[in-house]
Design a binder for this molecule. Structure first.
Ligand code: SF4
Length: 273
């Protein structure tokens, strides 16, 4: 990649923090092809103590009709009281999302939407996605792109919103079940429709499955790493697949690949303006 991004000292420091080496004069990040068959799976590590706990069986109440017509605040309030799947039983908080500040009741104005999988323990406690070490790494990634999780969109672009496919934590960070994703997905669909981002970064297998299952027929059998490096579409918004920060923290050499994915997304966004 040629140095078209004009990284300043701060961005280079953030890339260094991400473990991405930027060479001069070409400013080229090291990119190594993902090994075939790799599985990116941040939610697959479950503590034995969590497995021993039985999941509570809460009362299930059907989702209200008309989610696809809701405004931002109605959507937020519907999610906060949702009992449409069993995940409502053990949650401390729903995790709707976080991003650029917006006028009361309005969706934030953003160019970027980051879609993760499901809240973990800290996210559930704080009611915010991507906190803790994974959140710090995501913030460093955003910093390297001259973005921040709450920074407003400027005239030249920017603005970020961060959300998950599931709004409630699966106990023990187990993998989301298909029926839970099916129940929760209309909320993300409506978030995308209201946010109108110009680019979606899909982080993690369940995020990718949720966003691309209708448009990528070969999705199920494709190793996660092989899905990278292309621009897909979801609701007419470009989608770039990259690794979840929680996975990257356990596989530090993958940081360079994440930077390559972010460069692809930035270049596509720049080219479409
Ligand atoms: S995960 Fe989604 S569908 Fe399930 S209870 Fe939470 S908000 Fe509702």
């Amino acid at each position: 990649m040629t140095d078209t991004l004009h990284l300043d000292k701060r961005q280079r420091a953030m890339l260094a923090e991400m473990g991405v080496r930027v060479w001069s004069p070409m400013s080229e990040a090291a990119v190594i092809d993902a090994p075939a068959g790799e599985i990116e799976q941040p939610h697959s590590f479950v503590a034995a103590s969590d497995l021993a706990k039985a999941e509570p069986v809460p009362t299930i109440i059907q989702r209200p009709e008309g989610i696809d017509q809701m405004g931002w605040s109605a959507l937020q309030s519907t999610v906060s009281s949702c009992q449409a799947c069993t995940l409502c039983g053990a949650r401390h908080n729903t995790v709707f999302g976080v991003g650029a500040l917006a006028a009361e009741g309005e969706a934030p104005q953003v160019d970027w939407l980051i879609v993760g999988e499901a809240p973990g323990e800290e996210e559930d406690l704080q009611g915010e996605p991507f906190v803790g070490q994974a959140g710090e790494l995501l913030d460093n990634m955003l910093g390297a792109m001259s973005l921040s999780r709450t920074g407003a969109r400027k005239p030249e672009g920017g603005g970020v919103y961060i959300a998950n496919v599931l709004k409630c934590r699966p106990p023990g960070n187990r993998n989301p079940k298909p029926e839970e994703v099916a129940q929760c997905l209309p909320y993300l669909e409506r978030q995308v429709a209201l946010l109108k981002p110009k680019m979606i970064l899909a982080m993690g297998r369940f995020a990718v499955q949720a966003l691309l299952r209708d448009s990528v027929p070969e999705l199920e059998g494709t190793p996660y790493g092989k899905l990278r490096g292309r621009v897909y579409q979801y609701q007419n918004v470009p989608v770039v697949v990259t690794y979840h920060p929680a996975y990257v923290l356990r596989n530090l050499p993958e940081k360079a690949k994440v930077w390559a994915d972010l460069c692809l997304a930035m270049a596509h966004l720049k080219g479409s303006e």
